[in-house]
Design a protein. Structure first.
Length: 512
C-alpha cells in the first residue's frame, strides 16, 4: 500500500467509525427526539476541540456469534475537549451501536478517560443513553460497571463529575450517575430505574409507566435523584456548559472568575421592602438572590425538589459562590428531611471544590410531625448540620427574618464556623416564635387574651430582633437590605485567603 493509499484507508476508517450504528439507527434515534452521541459531544464542547480516543475499539466476545458483529467504537464515544477554553473529559454512550450497552471493551474506554481526567485534574462528563449491561458479555459487563463505580468513588471530591441521562438508564447502570455530583435528565426521552415496570408488576403488582417510574420529572420532583431537567438534548448540553463554568477543574484549584460589568456597589432599594413586616407573610427568597447576584443571574439546582430550600450557583464580583437559602414562599421555609438532604449534599459539593457558601436564612424551625420523626429527621437534619460544620470554605450568612431554634444553629451560624454573619434589621433570632414562647412561658398563669397579647409584644421587643445576637457577637453586622450585594462582596473579599485546619482523620462519619 502506498502512503496515499494508507491515508485514504485512514480517511475511510474514520468515516466508517463516525457513522456509528448506521443511517437507519441514526434516523430512529432522531425520530425519537434524541441526538447521536457525536452530535451531543459536538454541542457540548467548544467548536472543533473534541479529540476522540479509542475510535476503532471493538468488543472481544465470541458469545452468541458476536464476533460476526463488530462496530468501530463499540457503543461509546470518548475523549476530551474544551468548554469555554477549559479542558474536560467526556464519554457519550452511542445508542445506535448495540444500544449503547456496556461491554468489557466499552467499559475500558470509559475507564480510560476517567483515569485520565483524574490524573490531569479535569472534570468528567458522562452522557448516558444505554440499554445497560451487554447481555452477551455477562459478568464481564458487570465487572466493567463495577470498575466505573469504583473510579466514580475515587474521583469524588477530586474532580467534578457530571452525568446527563438522555435515554434509558436502567438496572445497576443507574449507580454510576448516582455516584457523580450532578444528574441532568431530558424530558420525555430519559428514564432511570433499578427495576423496570414489568418486574415491578410481577413482584408488587403495581402498574406504573416508565415515565411515572423513572422519568425526568419523577427524579427531579419526587425522588431527588436528579438535579436538573432540560427540554431536549440541545438545551441539556447548554445547561452542562453553563454549570461547569461555576466549578474549578479539580479540588486543588479555585473556581474560574468571570469578569462582570455589574457594579459591586450596586444598591437595590427594592430590597428594603422585600421582606414583609408581617412575619407570617411569605416572600420569594429567589428575588433577594437574583437582585444581589452579578447580572441578576442565578443557576438554580434542584428547582423542583424540596422547594422549601433553594440551592444553586451564582457569581458575586465575578467569583462563583454556592447559595443555600430557606424559601419562606414554600412551607414557610421550614427544614424537613428532604430539604436537609438537598442542602447538605450541595454544601459538601461546594466545600469539596473550594466554592464559598452564601446562606440566606429565614427559617421557622424543623417541621414537626410523626412523618418527619419516623422518617428520621434527626439523622437527616444532622446531615445539614454536619455539612455546614465540616465545610472550611468561606461561609457567609445573612439572616433576613426568622432564625428560630435548632435551625438557627444549623443554617451556617457563627457557632458552627461561619466567617461573616449578617442580619437585616427585620431579623428575629430566638428559641422560638413569640406566640409559642408565650404559651410555654406562661402556661400555668391563665393569661387573658389581652395579657397574652402584651406578653407577645414584650417577647418580640426583647427577643424577636437581631440585637440580642449582635450584642453577643453572634451577628457581626446588622445591614440595610439594599446593601446586601456589596456587603457580601466585601465579606468574600475578606475571606478569600481563608485557611482552616481540620484535625487529621481518614474521613468523618456523616450521619448517612
Ligand atoms: C445487548 C441490547 C441490550 C442489552 C438493547 N440492546 N439492550 N443488546 N444487551 N442489554 C440492543 C437491541 O438488541 C437493539 O439491537 C439495540 O440495542 C436497540 O434496542 P431496541 O430494543 O431496538 O431499542 P428500543 O426499542 O428503544 O428499546 C430500548 C430498551 C430495550 C428499552 C433499552 O432495548 C431494552 O429493554 N433492553 C434491555 C434492557 C435491560 O434489561 N438491560 C439490562 C439492565 S440490567 P439492534 O441490533 O436491533 O439495533 C443492567 C445491569 C447492570 O444493566 C449491572 C451493573 C451493576
Amino acid at each position: 500500500m502506498s502512503i496515499q493509499e494508507k491515508f485514504n484507508q485512514l480517511k475511510e476508517r474514520n468515516k466508517q467509525a463516525e457513522q456509528g450504528g448506521g443511517k437507519e439507527r441514526i434516523e430512529k434515534q432522531h425520530k425519537a427526539g434524541r441526538l447521536t452521541a457525536r452530535e451531543r459531544v459536538n454541542l457540548l464542547l467548544d467548536s472543533e476541540t473534541f479529540v476522540e480516543m479509542d475510535k476503532f475499539v471493538h468488543h472481544r466476545t465470541t458469545n452468541f456469534n458476536m464476533d460476526k458483529y463488530k462496530i468501530d467504537g463499540d457503543g461509546v464515544v470518548s475523549g476530551y475537549g474544551k468548554i469555554d477554553g477549559r479542558l474536560v473529559y467526556v464519554f457519550a454512550q452511542d445508542f445506535t451501536v448495540f444500544g449503547g450497552t456496556l461491554s468489557r471493551a466499552n467499559a475500558d474506554k470509559i475507564v480510560k478517560v476517567m483515569k485520565l481526567a483524574l490524573k490531569m485534574g479535569a472534570p468528567i462528563i458522562g452522557l448516558n443513553d444505554s440499554g445497560g449491561a451487554r447481555i452477551q458479555e455477562g459478568v464481564e459487563s458487570l465487572g466493567g460497571y463495577a470498575d466505573i463505580f469504583y473510579l466514580n468513588t475515587r474521583a469524588s471530591g477530586v474532580i467534578p463529575q457530571i452525568s446527563a441521562v438522555l435515554g434509558p438508564c436502567a438496572g445497576g447502570a443507574v449507580y454510576s450517575p448516582a455516584l457523580t455530583d450532578f444528574i441532568l435528565m431530558t424530558q420525555k426521552n430519559s428514564y432511570m430505574f433499578v427495576t423496570g415496570p414489568d418486574v415491578i408488576k410481577t413482584v408488587t403488582h403495581e402498574e406504573v409507566t416508565q415515565e411515572q417510574l423513572g422519568g425526568a420529572m419523577t427524579h427531579n420532583q419526587k425522588s431527588g435523584v436528579a438535579h436538573l431537567m432540560a427540554e431536549d438534548d440541545k438545551q441539556a448540553m447548554m445547561m452542562l456548559r453553563e454549570m461547569i463554568g461555576f466549578m474549578p477543574s479539580n479540588n486543588m484549584e479555585d473556581a474560574p472568575v468571570k469578569s462582570s460589568m455589574d457594579d459591586i456597589h450596586r444598591e437595590d432599594q427594592s430590597l428594603d421592602t422585600l421582606v414583609p413586616d408581617d412575619p407570617n407573610k411569605p416572600y420569594d427568597i429567589k428575588e433577594i438572590i437574583t437582585k444581589v447576584a452579578d447580572d441578576n443571574n442565578f443557576f438554580e439546582i434542584m428547582p423542583h425538589y424540596a422547594q422549601n430550600i433553594v440551592i444553586g450557583f451564582t457569581r458575586l464580583s465575578g467569583k462563583p459562590v454556592g447559595i443555600v437559602a430557606n424559601q419562606p414562599q414554600h412551607l414557610a421555609g421550614v427544614l424537613d428531611i428532604d430539604s436537609s438532604m438537598k442542602a447538605a449534599r450541595f454544601v459538601r459539593f461546594c466545600d469539596s471544590f473550594n466554592i464559598p457558601l452564601v446562606t440566606f436564612e429565614d427559617v421557622p424551625g424543623f417541621l414537626p410531625g410523626t412523618a418527619q420523626e419516623f422518617g428520621g429527621i434527626i439523622k437527616h437534619g444532622a446531615k445539614l448540620l454536619y455539612a455546614f460544620s465540616e465545610a472550611t470554605v468561606p461561609k457567609i450568612t445573612v439572616i433576613t427574618r426568622k432564625a428560630y431554634g435548632g435551625a438557627y444553629d444549623v443554617m451556617s451560624s457563627k457557632h458552627i464556623g461561619a466567617d461573616v454573619n449578617l442580619a437585616y434589621p427585620t431579623a428575629e433570632i430566638a428559641v422560638m416564635g413569640p406566640e409559642g414562647a408565650v404559651n410555654i412561658l406562661y402556661r400555668k398563669q391563665n393569661l387573658s387574651e389581652e395579657q397574652k397579647k402584651e406578653k407577645v409584644e414584650e417577647y418580640k421587643e426583647h427577643f424577636a430582633s437581631p440585637y440580642k445576637a449582635a450584642e453577643l457577637g453572634y451577628i457581626d453586622e446588622i445591614i440595610y437590605p439594599r446593601q446586601t450585594r456589596f456587603k457580601l462582596i466585601q465579606a468574600l473579599d475578606m475571606t478569600e485567603n481563608k485557611n482552616e485546619d481540620v484535625p487529621p482523620k481518614k474521613h468523618g462519619n456523616i450521619p448517612l
